[in-house]
Design a protein around this ligand. Structure first.
Ligand SMILES: [Zn+2]
Length: 242
């Protein structure tokens, strides 16, 4: 019976039906409407579909970021129904290599929920062998059709690479993985060199991902799109770099 109710909900959502008071869809309640005593409106969510193209999935991802930037999140797939729905298996349509920075909470930034994003995080969003292996798993095995490397404004790992000072423990290994981006940062335009290096680092890590035959073949076959993103800490907006 539980499965039936989940399927029924899915159908409602895909049809774009606005359901009132079903208690299963995520709620988006406008506070001013609530004060006015109007009925709570439960907005149907446009969901990612495994038959969608990489371009359509990327578009949907960007839409979620736009909702976040406008402070109008729909918080899709964050309820108990979704929890149960994906408890038996995951099919995340997007994989993301993001910085571990606490100011870049990936699901929140893209207004997605449980089972939507396969997220690999480390300081500096660097593609080391373990990260590449994880992302190969997220794409080739779990079926993600979009792979985003997400850098961000004021990245401390990139700053450490620019500062080039001795670091304790194994932190230096992160800096070493970012270092080549410094030479690649274009010094000809007016953008601040720090920002340019952050963006160059995203492109550098994408190059490393493309060096994986598994990922490269998925891209060549049109089954995967690899993109770069730059997260603006002050606005919440993700700019697409590639
Ligand atoms: Zn960072």
């Amino acid at each position: 019976m539980k499965n039936d109710s989940i399927i029924a909900r899915r159908k409602l959502l895909k049809l774009g039906v606005v359901a009132l008071g079903t208690g299963v869809a995520s709620k988006v309640i406008d506070s001013s409407t609530k004060k006015a005593g109007a009925k709570e409106t439960i907005i149907a969510l446009q969901e990612l579909d495994e038959n969608s193209t990489p371009e359509e999935i990327l578009e949907e991802l960007i839409k979620g970021n736009k909702r976040f930037v406008k402070n109008r999140p729909e918080a899709p797939n964050q309820d108990y129904v979704r929890l149960k729905e994906v408890s038996g298996g995951q099919k995340p349509l997007v994989s993301i290599l993001s910085c571990a920075d606490s100011r870049v909470p990936v699901e929140i930034v893209f207004d997605r929920g449980i089972g939507d994003l396969f997220v690999v995080r480390d300081a500096g969003n660097i593609a080391t062998p373990e990260e590449i292996g994880s992302l190969e798993y997220g794409t080739a095995i779990l079926g993600s059709k979009v792979l985003m490397v997400l850098g961000h404004e004021s990245c401390g790992a990139v700053k450490a690479a620019l500062d080039n000072k001795p670091l304790p423990g194994q932190i230096g290994s992160i800096v070493a993985a970012i270092q080549p981006a410094i030479d690649r940062a274009n010094q000809d335009d007016s953008e601040e060199f720090y920002i340019k290096t952050i963006k160059a680092n995203v492109l550098l890590q994408i190059e490393r991902l493309n060096a994986s035959p598994l990922l490269y073949n998925l891209v060549r076959e049109g089954k995967l799109k690899i993109v770069g993103g730059y997260y603006n800490l002050r606005t919440g907006k993700v700019d697409i770099l590639t």
